[in-house]
Design a protein around this ligand. Structure first.
Ligand SMILES: [Zn+2]
Length: 161
């Protein structure tokens, strides 16, 4: 199945391919050129992948997953065996680190696949003016701070004895 312009993009399949750190379009090309660096283009099918804006979603979901897994495991081990505190630290600190580092690129790949399948952030046929993640609340334009021209300046006040 070759994705044509405007063709169907399977969300589940793209997510799965991203999870396996593969191009969401063809499922063969590598998605990352470094640990968390997404390739600009798929080396196999040439699909442009630089549009992705995973931002801080991958660490967020990674922490969510790791937190649930580690805390549930810790409680289960504590209830079952009541090991010493140092043993808990010796198990769960490295486990948290290893699981996070292992999961992070996979979660990021899945999010890139999801964005690609949903044609977010320029993955679609035409450029999107405003992304979902990019639309922040309107900032405080005016009001509050004094204009810089009216700020009093200390220079020139030499009339004091
Ligand atoms: Zn590809």
């Amino acid at each position: 199945m070759i994705d044509a312009i405007g063709g169907h993009r399977d969300v589940g399949l793209s997510l799965w391919r991203g999870l396996r750190q593969r191009c969401p379009n063809c499922g063969r090309g590598r998605l990352f050129r470094a640990y968390l660096k997404v390739v600009d283009q798929c080396p196999v099918c040439g699909e442009e992948l630089h549009h992705h804006r995973a931002d801080d979603a991958p660490p967020y979901f990674t922490m969510l997953i790791v937190g649930h897994v580690i805390v549930a495991s810790l409680l289960a081990v504590e209830i079952a065996w009541r090991p010493a505190l140092w043993l808990h630290f010796a198990i769960w600190l490295p486990a948290t680190l290893i699981l996070s580092l292992w999961l992070l690129p996979r979660v990021k790949g899945a999010i890139v696949g999801l964005q690609w399948a949903n044609r977010m952030h320029g993955f679609g046929d035409e450029a999107e003016p405003e992304g979902l993640l990019g639309a922040g609340p309107p900032g405080p334009d005016e009001g509050g701070g004094a204009p810089p021209a009216t700020r009093p300046r200390a220079s020139g006040s030499s009339g004091q004895a």
